[in-house]
Every structure is written in C-alpha cells, then in structure tokens.
Design a protein around this ligand. Structure first.
Ligand SMILES: Nc1nc2c(ncn2[C@@H]2O[C@H](COP(=O)(O)OP(=O)(O)OP(=O)(O)O)[C@@H](O)[C@H]2O)c(=O)[nH]1
Ligand SMILES: [Mg+2]
Length: 301
C-alpha cells in the first residue's frame, strides 16, 4: 500500500483544553467523554481516524496537572498521559485560544514534552471563542514546534489542515485496525465510560471526581446465546455515605436517571438491548488506595 500512512499521535495538554472534544470532532463520533469539568479523561485511550490516505491512532490522554503527593489517582492520570508519548510518532500539544499567561499545568506539559524527541505540533483550540494570536505568542516562545495551527473542535474548524500536517509526520505503513473500529478499548470499558459520563453530566461539584464505575458482571448475547439482552451489573463507587445519598437522590431519582441515560447510550454503542443493574457502593479513600485503584482500572503499569 504505497504512500499510505499509519501512526500514533498523542494529544497532550492541561485539563479542559478540549483534547477529548478534538478526538470526537476528528472521528465525527462521540467516542471520548467531554465535560466542562477538569480531569474528565482518566485513561489514555486510543481512538482511530481513517481516511483514504491514512489511519491515525489518536491517543486521548488525561489532562496534565500537578497532583499532590497523596493524590494517587492524580498521579496515575498524569503518569498515563506521559506514558502515552512512548509509542507515539508525533504529539499535539493542545492549548486554548485566549490563554494569556502560562499556568503551572502548561509548564508541566512543556516539561514532559522536553523529555521526548518527537515532532510536537502546537494546536490552539477554542479559536471560536477567542483570538488565537496571543496563545501563539505565549507558547511559541517556550520551544520550537514542528508546526502550529488554530482549530475549533466545537465548530470543526481547522481539522483538515491539522490532518494534512500530521500526515507529513507519520511513517508509511499498512493500517493496523479495521476501518470500522473507532476505539481500541473493550466494550466493557466503553460501557463503564458511558456510565461515568452520565455522572459527570448529571451531578455537580465534587461528586464526579469522587466517583468511579466498576463493572461487576457483563454478559452479552454474543457470549451467552440464551440471552436476549446485554446484562450489565455495575457499581458507582463513591467515598462517603453522604456522596452515596447524593448519587441515589431523593426516592432514588438520580440513580434512575443516570441508569436510564447510560442504558440508552450503551444500547447505541453496542446495538443490543441492555439491562443495566446499577448500584452505589462506598469505598472510603478509593482514590488513595492502590489495590482499589488497580481494580478500577487506574493502576500504574
Ligand atoms: N468554545 C469551545 N469550547 C470547547 C471547544 N472544545 C472543547 N470545548 C469545551 O471545553 C470543555 C472541556 O472539553 P474536554 O474535551 O472534556 O477537555 P479535555 O482536554 O479532554 O479535558 P480533560 O479530559 O479533563 O483533560 C468542554 O466544556 C467542551 O465543550 C472548542 O473548540 N470551542
Ligand atoms: Mg478529556
């Protein structure tokens, strides 16, 4: 397949700049959770873009910040973002148009990037909301970039130019994935993320940060031909009884809402009718407890 390009591009940047939104815009699908809250993405996930010239595996990473010593979940998030650079062919450093000064998180991103020898493209997102000129000046002075451009994930602007630029940085090669595969993740993981996404959109304040989703049972009609529906038993893991009460809501209203909308999304995702059995359980300090973090999929390699 001469001339065909195939490679990995890691998306890196501080929380909330729109890394997951950009992946969704590029793939024209809702594959990654997006929310106005920082630390939305918790695992580096591979999302696969296809066109007639290339297959680009975008790694959407958790936002880089400076976790405290005790914040083990935070250290996992940042660690897995940095880890994603190891098998990348190029990196997009995402920042926001309208950035006027460098935050400690931006400097952390610069530090992480100074340790790799990959082409780095500066991508100024949210160009619909502010003039990107100042951001180009601000970050342009920090290091040399292989290219820089402004995009809007929201309005899907600048995406063709971004793909054209990335194509020049990727090696030639045959595609790794079938063109209908959008994400290199298990269905189980995607179902857990669909549920977590609903917690993020339906509950405010600190609750989403204290919540994880544990899939306890996952039985699909493909594996169990006697079944008509995909059966999922999942728990929302929170840290305190108070949080549990909020997640359940008065008369169980909130948990029912989360369950209903998550079920609809998982049905869309899998194309199967779904029975979602959703529970809430308290695991004090799970974000600081290594074995629990590992069980929930936030374990260091
Ligand atoms: N105006 C505008 N808003 C955007 C754009 N892209 C993303 N956003 C918003 O920015 C917020 C954060 O988006 P995410 O895609 O979750 O950001 P992220 O970088 O993946 O965040 P983390 O996973 O927490 O690191 C959301 O409220 C998005 O709707 C854009 O191009 N324009
Ligand atoms: Mg994200």
């Amino acid at each position: 397949m001469s001339g065909f390009k195939c490679g990995v591009v890691a998306l890196l940047g501080r929380p909330n700049v729109g890394k997951s939104s950009l992946v969704n815009a590029l793939l024209k699908a809702r594959v990654a959770i997006v929310s106005p809250k920082p630390q939305t993405t918790r695992n580096a996930v591979r999302c696969i873009y296809n066109d007639e010239r290339a297959q680009i595996v975008f790694t959407d990473t958790p936002g880089l910040y400076l976790p405290k010593e005790k914040d083990k979940l935070g250290r996992f998030l940042v660690g897995s973002a940095a880890e994603a650079l190891k098998d990348a062919d190029a990196v997009c450093w995402l920042v926001e148009a309208g950035d006027k000064k460098l935050t400690p998180e931006d400097l952390e991103a610069a530090r992480v990037l100074s340790e790799v020898k990959l082409p780095v493209v500066l991508v100024v997102n949210k160009a619909d909301a502010a003039d990107p000129a100042e951001a180009f000046r601000l970050y342009g002075g920090l290091r040399a970039f292989t290219g820089q451009l402004a995009v809007s994930a929201k309005l899907r602007r600048g995406l063709d130019a971004l793909i054209d630029l990335l194509l020049t940085l990727l090696p030639e090669g045959d595609p790794w994935y079938d063109p209908d595969v959008l994400m290199d993740s298990t269905e189980r993981f995607m179902a857990a993320e669909a549920i977590r996404g609903k917690v993020l959109s339906l509950l405010r304040d600190e609750i989403p940060h204290c919540t994880a989703v544990e899939i306890e049972e996952y039985k699909s009609p493909e594996e169990y031909p006697g079944r008509k529906r995909l059966y999922i038993r999942a728990s929302l893991v929170v840290e305190t009884e108070g949080q549990k009460a909020i997640v359940i809501g008065a008369g169980g209203k909130m948990i029912k809402r989360i369950g209903r909308s998550a079920r609809a999304e998982i049905e869309e995702l899998t194309g199967l009718p779904v029975y979602l059995d959703l529970w809430v359980k308290v695991s004090p300090h799970w974000r600081q407890t290594d074995p629990v973090l590992r069980r929930l999929g936030y374990g260091m390699q």
